[in-house]
Ligand binder design. Sequence first.
Ligand SMILES: *[C@@H]1O[C@H](CO)[C@@H](O)[C@H](O)[C@H]1NC(C)=O
Ligand SMILES: *[C@@H]1O[C@H](CO)[C@@H](O)[C@H](O)[C@H]1NC(C)=O
Ligand SMILES: *[C@@H]1O[C@H](CO)[C@@H](O)[C@H](O)[C@H]1NC(C)=O
Ligand SMILES: *[C@@H]1O[C@H](CO)[C@@H](O)[C@H](O)[C@H]1NC(C)=O
Ligand SMILES: *[C@@H]1O[C@H](CO)[C@@H](O)[C@H](O)[C@H]1NC(C)=O
Length: 248
Amino acid sequence: MFCCCIFLAVSLLHSLCHFHVSGYDRSCTEYPVFTPSALIVKYGDPANVTCVVCQKDCRGDVFGLEKAVGEVTENGTTMFWTVDRLTEWGIFVMCYYNNDAGDQCTSTLDLTLYQPPESVSISFVNHTGMMFENQQYTLQCSVQNVAPVQNLTVTFYRGNTALGHQQSNSEHKKPVNETFTLNITPSREDDGAQYWCEAKLELGPAGPQRPLVVTSEKLPAIVHCESERKKKNRFTFTCVIFMAVYVM
Ligand SMILES: *[C@@H]1O[C@H](CO)[C@@H](O)[C@H](O)[C@H]1NC(C)=O
Ligand SMILES: *[C@@H]1O[C@H](CO)[C@@H](O)[C@H](O)[C@H]1NC(C)=O
Ligand SMILES: *[C@@H]1O[C@H](CO)[C@@H](O)[C@H](O)[C@H]1NC(C)=O
Ligand SMILES: *[C@@H]1O[C@H](CO)[C@@H](O)[C@H](O)[C@H]1NC(C)=O
Ligand SMILES: *[C@@H]1O[C@H](CO)[C@@H](O)[C@H](O)[C@H]1NC(C)=O
């Protein structure tokens, strides 16, 4: 009995190992094929994919589709996976069969679940009230609840002019909040200008047709210059800049 248990445990471990690493097993002459080859799904949307387990090397009767959520229907060696609402982050869908050598040949579906930015806002870091010309201030663009953050691009604008594009350094499957910063040096020419930022989730040609773009509110700049009488009757202009939603 004891021996039997060990044997079972060892063979279970063996098959578990194969389960994970056998995707590139040398004895596999072909791998299961998913159609479409990649799925890009919005959080909460339905999804489906077909998997042909094998076309020539499928004499064995050990094959199937492993999934964390959803339903599978089978027709011979063709599997059809479907889910009504995809609301689980970081799930996998995997197709496999055991070949004559007893090795498991597997393919994992390239699945991206995305969430467009819920909101985008712009503000100054550690600054309120008036600003002075030729001094540096830091703008901050805050993007809430977006996934996957590695496909997010944030652009800062002054009017219609892009001041810079930024991307996240982190990778997450689940939605995150992320802030991006840009240093600016306002000048008197900024009078009437508007600063704002835009968050764009780019998922490539297989992604949604319409780009997923969310923009922040606009920060209008108002410049006040005053002449100041200095010694020896010389005048200088001092400009202060107001940039906040409340000055409107
Ligand atoms: C499978 O997904 C495609 C693409 O989203 C959709 O057009 C089709 O109606 C779905 N089929 C079923 C049976 O759910
Ligand atoms: C199963 O596949 C065969 C061959 O492709 C097809 O003729 C048959 O209609 C399919 N059956 C179902 C229930 O989809
Ligand atoms: C903002 O100010 C706080 C407190 O003075 C400081 O801890 C923080 O590092 C500052 N943030 C930036 C981005 O400078
Ligand atoms: C993102 O920010 C919102 C509002 O501040 C908060 O409710 C949410 O928990 C945050 N999400 C994460 C992943 O930190
Ligand atoms: C999304 O991000 C991943 C990881 O950084 C990258 O491999 C992929 O090419 C990105 N897709 C697009 C369309 O930019």
